[in-house]
Design a protein around this ligand. Sequence first.
Ligand code: GLU
Length: 279
Amino acid sequence: MITRFAPSPTGPLHLGHAYSALTVWDIAARHGGTALLRIEDTDSTRARPAFEQAIYNDLHWLGLDWPLPVRRQSDHTADYNGVIEQLAKRQLVFPCSCTRRDIQDAGAMPGVEGLVYPGTCRHRTMNDAQPGDAIRLNISAALEQRDRTMTFVELSSGAPIKHHITPDQLINDIGDTVLIRKNTGNPAYHLACAHDDALQRVTHVVRGMDLWAQTPFQVLLQNIIGWRTPQYHHHALITDDSGKRLAKIDKSKALSKYRAEGATPDDIRRMVGFPPSSC
Ligand code: GLU
């Protein structure tokens, strides 16, 4: 059993991250499995080395440990570009120069992750890609080339629940999603995440419910590229007002601030509903 915690070093870790990390390590321990740490720093406009270092410090302080070396996605751009080349050979991707404004003006409808791309550049081929273009997956073409029923197993409610993803759901709610971002050429989250989950042989993706809507698209990528679909556990999110135990916490406050104010790792565990580490 292999799971992972995959933060983006775009800001300090807060209590929500602590809860997520503790859940990942707890589930790994229950299964006698391994928890990996992965640094998802593909957004070069927002990722900072200082935040990456703070992730290591905060997680070690919480008493968590992980195998080395840590996979840092920005070191592996060639891997993600290799996937794009494969998809280009199968004519499943196209270059796109649309701005947010262009997409709005084309009458795009809202989907689960913002506006659903209206297809303006879908007729273009990779041969006429221009510097700075984004690269999108042609979702209808991808659905035609899928090789199995799209399902994933969700474990968060105790008994495994099988979820079926329908083509309509992907076309209407998600659409032609960006795989390479415009201007920077950085791989987008879905591509790097699904690639690395497969590469690192992750069997259980444990992450917050806020990422639930991202899962169907990642399952489609796994399906068309031939990657195994892991099982998923989307854990609940801690909130400031969800019951007494979590009342009075400031979930946007950096863990390092709690530490500087004298909090212990067990204080943090208690605040997010975990027993002290000695239990
Ligand atoms: N890097 C993502 C984030 O920090 C998490 C990705 C994942 O767990 O799949 O929100």
